[in-house]
Design a protein. Structure first.
Length: 461
């Protein structure tokens, strides 16, 4: 018996191997088939991280379900796969977020959606909405799944995504039904548009904090003496202020062409119209320059016509600004022009006063702020005529008594003379004479003629 076993034992080894291979070749296809059928059974179900593993005819289902009904349905689906003997349950429910938080952040190059999403379909729709609203902007998905979303969450999140278009930078969040926003609007009026949109939030949602800031409210004027143009850009509050600013430019500047690129928009700081009008008067004193109003700050830069004017401009904006406003001036002095003889001097004075007139308060000898720029140009011209004496002649129309007109014209001529002396001109070169209505240059029978007769002349002596 022993001898027989020793003779046949070596033959048993191949048989064992064959039996093992036969079992393996039979079991492996069966397990692969059950695994494929198990995955197919749950492929249309809403599960997170679902995996199906098989050992023999036993299946193991691992997944996080979005609801208890969904979890039980998934188990039932794999249990119904033909050939399955036993299903090992490794399923669970997604964690419930308390509070349920969703975020959207925008920086210079991307928008990142984060926090919680209640379902894969909701997550996909939010990503699609962001891509549709922000073409060309990188959209990054940092959302994870969680239960506990409030009713109408997705509608609230989509409304907030729509607002990100209006923001240069943004931090937006939903915490349960409470909404917070921070950042800066891309354009003037964007903050107000977002506030209006938030009034349409779904029922139950409310804004806990809206810290969206408006971009600076910019108003800018550039003066180019070579092209003789004033270029206006930026914003004004409304059409009425727009018209008032254009009218002020007509009074303060000497016929420069106006390139008007202003737009009407909300968001102007309080006192904008008064500050802009005052600052335009100061700009009129510069040979070349730029005026920039940014929120409540007035910035002026350029070249004054003479040193005293430069010092005056550095010290103030030509008058008091509204409360809370600030003023900065970076002003140098234009290089002095060469001297000219008396004939050229008279021609220069006549050209300046032919384009515009020195204005006064009605019936008074108070020089209008609108005429400060013209007076500075007259002073600069006088500085080019160092050897000449100049008579400042005051004239009126024929309205009123003749004696009163002479007195008024004398006081107005003296007011101009005093302005020139304060600018550094020698009083010995200057005289003031009031002629009243005795030297008209046009008929006093029309309003237009009377306006021409009310004037100040500079006469080289």
């Amino acid at each position: 018996m022993f001898k027989w076993g020793r003779r046949w034992a070596p033959g048993l080894i191949p048989l064992v191997i064959i039996w093992g291979l036969a079992g393996w070749s039979t079991t492996l296809p069966l397990e692969n088939n059950l695994s494929a059928q198990g995955r197919a059974a749950i492929k249309d179900m809403v599960l997170d991280g679902a995996t199906v593993t098989v050992e023999g005819r036993d299946l193991r289902l691992s997944a996080n379900a979005f609801s208890e009904d969904g979890r039980l349905s998934a188990l039932a689906a794999v249990e119904s796969v033909p050939g399955v003997r036993l299903v090992n349950d490794a399923t669970g429910l997604l964690a419930e977020a308390k509070p349920f938080v969703w975020t959207a952040n925008r920086d210079v190059v991307r928008v990142t959606l984060g926090g919680n999403a209640p379902l894969p379909a909701a997550k996909a729709r939010l990503m699609d909405a962001a891509r549709a609203d922000l073409p060309g902007v990188e959209i990054v998905d940092r959302m994870s799944y969680a239960r506990g979303a409030p009713p109408r969450f997705e509608a609230a999140a989509q409304l907030l995504i729509d607002q990100i278009v209006r923001l240069k930078e943004a931090q937006v969040s939903i915490s349960d039904t409470s909404i917070k926003l921070a950042g800066q609007a891309r354009e003037i009026g964007g903050r107000e548009a977002i506030a209006a949109a938030l009034r349409n939030l779904p029922e139950g949602f409310s804004v806990a904090e809206n810290a969206i800031q408006a971009p600076p409210y910019i108003f800018q004027v550039n003066k180019d003496p070579v092209a003789a143009t004033l270029t206006l850009s930026g914003y004004v509050p409304d059409n009425a202020v727009h018209a008032a600013i254009v009218a002020a430019i007509g009074r303060k500047f000497s016929g420069e062409k106006v390139v008007d690129n202003l737009k009407a928009s909300v968001g102007a700081p309080q006192g904008f119209a008064a500050a802009a009008t005052t600052a335009l008067g100061t700009l009129s004193r510069l040979s070349t320059g730029s005026l920039v109003i940014s929120d409540r700050e007035v910035k002026l830069s350029g070249d004054a016509l003479f040193e005293v004017a430069a010092n005056q401009i550095r010290e103030g904006a030509g008058g008091p600004l509204p409360q809370g406003w600030t003023y900065k001036a970076d002003v140098s002095v234009k290089p002095a022009a060469s001297s000219v003889d008396s004939t050229i001097c008279q021609q220069l004075f006549s050209e300046l006063l032919g384009k515009e007139r020195i204005r006064f308060e009605s019936g008074k000898a108070d020089i209008s702020p609108d005429s400060i720029g013209l007076l500075d140009r007259l002073i600069a011209t006088t500085l080019r005529c160092p050897t000449t004496n100049i008579e400042i002649g005051g004239h009126t129309d024929t309205d009123g008594e003749a004696a009163a007109n002479v007195t008024l014209s004398q006081k107005r001529a003296e007011a101009v003379l005093n302005y020139l002396i304060r600018a550094g001109l020698s009083s010995e070169r200057l005289t003031a004479v009031g002629y009243g209505s005795a030297q008209p240059m046009a008929s006093n029978d029309t309003a237009e003629g009377k306006a021409q007769n009310r004037r100040i002349d500079f006469v080289v002596k």
